[in-house]
Write a protein that binds this ligand. Structure first.
Ligand code: NAD
Length: 271
């Protein structure tokens, strides 16, 4: 690993300003947000067949509304209490030093922005953001507003009867009168085209792609490293274990993002 970190530091310095990071749930694990697939992850408790897609959520809600409410509250509370860790902070520092050009993330937790990163491309949306189903207008809630919403949901006695009235009490209303939904991408839904276009644009220009904490299972995000490679980028992977993208990587560093990224930064500082 020592050896790889030295080589990666050289690669990073050589490609300053033409480096992009693609991050997944693993980078936020050290902030206390469980990955979905790991042991003790969300999918151990809630079946992804029911909870990761809108159809499944609606069907479950009709049969057992409290279960869906608990799922929403559990995810929101974990995200609300999470703070950026050394991995997020390190990537923000790399951007601040004009070394890292952009972060493409599959995460919805807002922790890259919380760490100070500016050019963040969110492929799967953001847990703080709501979107009008009618006019498409987006609203970003503050931590306080999301916290208050979660409290309101916890205090409401929810049943399948009178559901639409209850939803109006919970969700923000758009100025156009349209219903709002969380602006996150569920399984089976399309990724936001503008974010995807920005991601492809960054990957076409990048010379080095840092893959951090992603299993490389969820598509189309998982196909972006191949796109970067075909466009001429070299790939560095940081993960606690090999992933389905490891065969594409020019360098693999086994370990936690919150440990590896600061040690790369330290070496950059010494150069
Ligand atoms: P995943 O759960 O499929 O895989 C996580 C990967 O991170 C694994 O390869 C694991 O070995 C690695 N990992 C775990 N802890 C790590 C650490 N400390 N340092 C480095 N690597 C670590 O995650 P995915 O590939 O991002 O796909 C999951 C999907 O679920 C994504 O679409 C994402 O939107 C969503 N998700 C988001 C969050 C979040 O916003 N924080 C959390 C869970 C899931």
């Amino acid at each position: 690993m020592q050896d790889n970190i030295e080589k990666i530091t050289e690669e990073i310095l050589k490609n300053k300003g033409r480096i992009v990071a693609l991050t997944g749930a693993g980078i936020s694990e050290e902030s206390g947000i469980p990955t979905f697939r790991g042991r003790g992850g969300l999918w151990d408790k809630y079946s992804p067949n029911l909870y990761a897609n809108i159809g499944g959520l609606i069907a479950t809600f009709i049969v057992n509304p409290p279960k869906v409410v608990n799922f929403f509250v559990e995810v929101a509370e974990v995200i609300l209490h999470a703070e950026p860790n050394q991995g997020h902070l390190g990537l923000a520092e790399l951007e601040g030093s004009d070394i890292l050009k952009a972060i493409i993330t599959q995460n919805i937790d807002n922790l890259h922005q919380g760490a100070g990163s500016k050019n963040v491309i969110e492929l799967h949306g953001n847990a703080y953001q709501w979107k009008c189903r009618r006019c498409g207008k987006k609203y970003k809630l503050s931590t306080k507003e999301l916290g208050e919403m979660v409290q309101r949901i916890k205090n409401i006695k929810i049943s399948r009867w009178g559901l639409s009235n209850k939803l109006k009490e919970i969700a923000p209303t758009c100025t156009c009168g349209g219903n709002m939904r969380p602006d996150v991408v569920f399984f089976g839904e399309l990724l936001p085209q503008d974010e995807l276009d920005r991601a492809y644009n960054e990957l076409e220009k990048c010379k080095l792609l840092l893959l951090v904490g992603t299993s490389g299972i969820v598509h189309p995000a998982a196909s972006l490293p191949s796109y970067a490679k075909a466009s001429g980028a070299r790939i560095v992977e940081i993960n606690k274990q090999p992933s389905s993208l490891t065969s594409l990587a020019d360098y693999f560093i086994k370990g936690s993002a919150g440990v590896i990224i600061p040690s790369i930064l330290e070496r950059i500082g010494n150069n």
